[in-house]
Design a protein around this ligand. Structure first.
Ligand SMILES: Nc1nc2c(ncn2[C@@H]2O[C@H](COP(=O)(O)OP(=O)(O)OP(=O)(O)O)[C@@H](O)[C@H]2O)c(=O)[nH]1
Ligand SMILES: [Mg+2]
Length: 406
């Protein structure tokens, strides 16, 4: 059918159905334009409907009656459940399959720390006989690696005793140090709860709250964890409690879509503890296995923001007296020893149950993990050496020390 025939058919159809008077004043070209416009609008509607279906995040509103008094009016209202994230910066998440094994990536990630400290130590041992001067150089190098003065003092003092022995070469010093650090960490690491890594069916809902300073890697860690747990068959619900920035929600949303897990979010500026509460309520209603709560980054010195975290933690107990089961502090290993002060403040406010050490690939200070865990008496749960899902793994002392010391 050509265009003229089509126009003729439309006019006949209009005459038969009594709406000829509406189109009689339009010539053929105008009629074509109108039809074209209508088809475009219809196409746009279909596209928007399809897009809404494809964006899988289901957001449920919790009835007002289910909320504790403290949260009424502050919680996530249905209208606000859409973010304006589309107008914000776009966030990309890389998910390429790793070409190297975890051990290789860990070794590569820790190479700056290894080469920056231990390689230089080897030179010291090779160059001279060990004496007080050499010990001072060793001490300085360990400080430059941000090992933490308590541990360094212990290493040097204990090693002085060893110096009297004949076999004082670098490889002995290295294996001696490895043992020393392992003995330090072993008792602390034995407190790690295995529900963090392994999903066991029907073992009840586990709530993890992830905290840390700005940019430490909290959202990325949650994304990686959600992916790993989901792959094990767990039902995971994630809460976007960073309501300060719409882009933060969008970043988490990308991870959750990839992991195919549900995410609860609220409009920018909503009460973060309201989102945490709603997420836990949703996780319970779904009989979920894990509820992971992302929080906004904050400086440990910002007392108002630290109080907000304590409030969030408390609000969760209204739904589950044991929640959160894990409060994990994410630490950017580039921060070095400054991270210890941060960690102490977070621990004081939240009673941490674990540390997650990120960005070991970009740092020469990844050795500070040992001093941090031992100073806080809080175990290291995960270690991150990159931005991909596969770049986060369970922290294993032997693996870590092997990669660190070579
Ligand atoms: N190289 C490297 N980059 C990482 C690692 N973990 C996270 N990142 C990157 O660090 C940046 C910050 O990570 P986020 O997860 O947004 O950090 P955050 O703590 O949620 O940040 P805020 O929400 O702003 O406080 C992102 O570009 C991540 O891709 C890691 O182990 N190695
Ligand atoms: Mg974040």
């Amino acid at each position: 059918m050509n265009l003229e025939e089509m126009i003729l058919k439309i006019r006949e159809f209009a005459a038969q159905n009594n709406f000829e008077q509406y189109i009689i004043n339009f010539d053929d070209r105008e009629l074509l334009l109108i039809i074209g416009g209508l088809i475009s609008i219809l196409g746009l509607f279909l596209f928007l409907i399809l897009r809404k279906f494809l964006r899988k995040n289901v957001v449920e509103d919790i009835s007002e009656d289910e909320l504790p008094d403290a949260l009424k009016n502050k919680s996530v209202d249905e209208e606000s459940l859409e973010t304006e994230a589309d107008d914000e910066e776009t966030v990309e998440v890389s998910h390429q399959a790793p070409s190297k094994s975890w051990r290789d990536r860990l070794s590569l990630g820790l190479s700056s720390t290894r080469d920056g400290v231990w390689g230089k130590l080897e030179n010291i041992f090779n160059a001279k006989k060990l004496d007080d001067d050499t010990l001072e150089q060793i001490e300085e190098l360990l400080y430059s690696a941000d090992m933490g003065h308590e541990i360094i003092d212990e290493i040097i003092e204990s090693f002085k005793k060893e110096m009297s022995k004949e076999d004082n070469d670098f490889s002995n010093f290295k294996s001696w140090t490895k043992n020393f650090l392992k003995e330090k960490l072993d008792p602390i690491q034995s407190h790690v709860d295995h529900s963090l890594f392994e999903f066991k069916k029907d073992s009840g809902l586990k709530v993890f709250m992830i905290v840390g300073v700005n940019g430490a890697g909290k959202t990325t860690t949650i994304g990686k964890l959600a992916t790993k747990l989901k792959k094990q068959g767990a039902n995971v619900v994630v809460g976007a409690c960073d309501t300060f920035r719409a882009a933060a929600v969008e970043q988490l949303e990308v991870w959750c879509q990839r992991a195919d897990v549900e995410m609860i979010k609220a409009k920018e500026g909503n009460d973060p503890s309201g989102v945490a509460y709603d997420t836990l309520a949703k996780a319970k209603s779904l009989n979920a296995d894990y509820c992971l709560l992302d929080t906004a980054g904050r400086l440990h010195t910002a007392s108002g923001l630290m109080d907000e975290l304590s409030k969030t933690k408390k609000v969760l107990t209204k739904l589950d007296e044991n929640a959160p089961h894990q409060t994990l502090l994410v630490i950017d290993s580039i921060t070095g020893q400054n991270a210890l002060n941060q960690a102490k403040e977070f621990n004081k406010a939240l009673n941490l149950s674990g540390l997650v050490l990120t960005k070991c690939d970009g740092s020469s200070k990844a050795g500070n993990a040992v001093s941090m865990a031992s100073a806080l008496n809080v175990p290291i749960t995960y270690i991150g050496v990159g931005e991909d899902v596969e770049d986060l793994e369970i922290f294993k002392i032997d693996e870590y020390l092997g990669a660190l010391l070579g």
